[in-house]
Design a protein around this ligand. Sequence first.
Ligand code: 5RP
Length: 230
Amino acid sequence: MSETQKREAARAALDEVRPGMRLGLGTGSTARHFVELLAEKVAAGLECLCVPTSEATAEQARGLDIPLTDLDSIDHLDLTVDGADEIGPGLALIKGAGGALLREKIVADASTRMVVIADGSKLVDTLGRFPLPIEVNRFGLGATRRAIARIMEAHGAEGGLALRRRAAGEPFVTDGGHLILDASFGRISSPEAVSRALLDIPGVVQHGLFLAVCKRAYVAGADGVKTVDP
Ligand code: 5RP
């Protein structure tokens, strides 16, 4: 997607922001545009208080003088705006390409409303073409990996399970100090069942299926931005 389209999706979501709101700030290249646009509003006098979903977003927001807080200091958020890797039927999502899925899910859950900003290529009929990120504890990685592989097999996964690595080859470590396994399902016919099964594995910290979380998607394309509701 072009940066222009990402920015237009972000700008559309900015219309939901009202003075005094407590906002969750997503992670990723599209969310970065939202943070930049929000910063312009803050500089022009908008009052808001924000919780970032990653250290990267926190750093960006701090650099732009956006007031930050955390979920220990406030009891809820009004609105969270985040990106997505896949947007399926009913606005079921796959998230986590940026490795921020745990904080993203905690922040989304603490929000009255969560919306995503994306381009049309993220819309799918069935989730799963994009490898599902699964955040796992470092301890017992082998056991966790085997348990996830069994679930993938039970759900007809077409691909494998890969430990996410950085370009230099070392394992990717999340802001929470965990690892990420990317599970290539190909298609996920029963997202709720896969979600439950994964969360039953002790070493799984969280996964990137966001089900019944997202209330609206702002999807940018060549013809402008359209809204998609569940
Ligand atoms: C990070 C995420 C991102 O929101 C998702 O990967 C979308 O990123 P981008 O806007 O760069 O395509 O889930 O963990």
